[in-house]
Design a protein around this ligand. Sequence first.
Ligand code: BES
Ligand code: ZN
Ligand code: ZN
Length: 497
Amino acid sequence: MKIRAISFKEASASKAIFIPLFSKQSLKGKEIFGHLPTGAQNSVLKFAQKEFSGEEDEIKSLWLAQGLINRIALIGLGEKSKWNERRMHLIPRRIIRAAKTEKIKYFTVDFNIHKESFTNAAIFATNAMLADLEFNKYKKVPKKGWPEINIISLSTTEELLAETQKGIQEGSIIGEEANSSRDLANTPGGDITPAKLAEAARIAARKNGLKIKILDEREISKIGMGGIIGVSKGSVEKPKFIILEYAGGPKNQKPLVLVGKGVTFDTGGLNLKPDQTICEMHMDMSGGAAVIHGLCAIARLRLPINVIGLIPAAENSPSGSSYRPGDILKSLSGKTIEVLNTDAEGRIILADALTYALKYKPGFILDLATLTGAAHVALGNYCSAVFTNKNELQNKLTEIGEKSGDYVWPLPLWEEYLNDIKGNFGDLTNAGKADRWGGAIHGAKFLEQFVGDVPWAHLDIAPRMTTVESDILAKGASGVGVRYIVEAAKRFPELLC
Ligand code: BES
Ligand code: ZN
Ligand code: ZN
C-alpha cells in the first residue's frame, strides 16, 4: 500500500473519493467539492441531503453513472463540538476497513490537510498502515488473494503538497515499524524463541544501519545477570541479551536508553498460568519488539539523538530445571531477588537490563513491558500504565502518549509500596508479600530499585498488548509502544532533568 499527496485538481479525476463530514456540515464548504464536475456536485448534494446524517460510524457511498468519478463515499464524523484529536486516528482506520470490504484498491481521501498539514498527513499515514495489516502468514492464500489496497491519495492545495508528502513519509515509517513489531509479537512462541528474536533484531538492525551485539547464555552468566539466567533455567531455549545502538546525536550527548521485556513465551513457570491467560503469552515480548522497531523508526527518521536498545530475551517454562518459588537470585546490581512467584518473571529479567543500562550514563531510561495483569485490571483496555521516578515529568509523559496515539495514564510510586516488596530472606521479593492489591505498582516499584537516580519511566503495556474491537485494527498484537518511543525520542531534550 502506498500513500501520496495530490492536488485537489488531480483529485477530481479519481475513481473513488472519501469525504469526511461532520453532522450538519455543508458539502459546499469543502474545497474538494468545488473541484468536482457539476453533474457529480449535484448528485452528491442530493444524496447527502437525503441519505447522510453525518453521525459517527456512518459511511454512505454514492455510485455515479457517468464521468471519471465512479463513487463518492461520505464518512460521518459526528458533531463538530465533540470532535477531538483522538477521533482523528480512527478515521483512516474506518476508511481502510470500508475500502477493503468494498474492494476499492485506489482512492482519494479529503483529509482536511489545510491546517497542520504535516501532522495530519502523518497521523493519516500511520493509522492507515496500522489498519492495513492482517496477520495472515500462517493461512492458505485464498484464490483471489487477500484484499489489498494499492494507492491512497490525500488531496490538498498545490502549496501544501510538499509538506503533506513529508508528513506522509514520516507517518508511513512509523506505521511500518509498528506493523513489524506486531508481526514479531503475533508470531507463535515456537517460532519466536529468544534466539529467533535476536536474529530478527539482527536483520532489522542491518537493514537500518543500527549497531547490534547479542550476548549468549555464557556471556550473560559471566557478567553476573543472575536474574535472566534464573528465569530461563527451565527452558531448553537459551536466553539472549540484545543490545542495539543508534548514534544520531553529538558524541558527548547522554543517550536515551530503551529497555523492552523479551519473554518469548510466558507459561508462568512452576506457578503455571491457567488456560485462558496462557494462550496469548507469545506476545510477552511485545516490549522488546517495540524497542527493536522503535529504534528502527528513529534511525529511518534520522532523529538527532543517541539511543541504546536493550532486550533481555528468555522463555519462562516449567521443568525439572526451572527456578522455583523460594529461590533467591543474585541480580547484576548485587541485590538479591526472592522469588515468591515464578510468573512475575518480567521484572526479574528487567532488573538486570536496567542495571546494565546504567553503564551508558543515560539521560533518560524508558522501559516497556507487558508486566502485569493488574495494570489491565486497573486501567481497562484503552491505555498503558506509566510510572516515573521524576514527578515533574509526569505530565510530559502523558502528553507524549496523547500525541502519539499510544495513550498512557499514571499510577503512583509512593514509598509506602516499597514495604510490600521488601524481602524476607533476600533484598526484594518479586511479588507483593502480603497480598495482590496494587500489583502493577509492585512491579514498577521493584524496577525502580534498579535505576538509581537516573530519570526513568516504566510503561506497563499489558493492557494494550492486544487490540480490542474499538481499535478498528486486526485481532492480535497492537504494536503498542512504537509510536510512543518515536514521540519520546523527538522530545528527548524535554525529558532531561
Ligand atoms: N506476562 C505477564 C503479565 C500479562 C498478563 C501480560 C496478561 C499481558 C496480559 C506477567 O509475567 C505476569 O504473569 N505477571 C503476574 C504477576 C504476579 C504473579 C505478581 C500477573 O500479572 O498476574
Ligand atoms: Zn509471568
Ligand atoms: Zn510475563
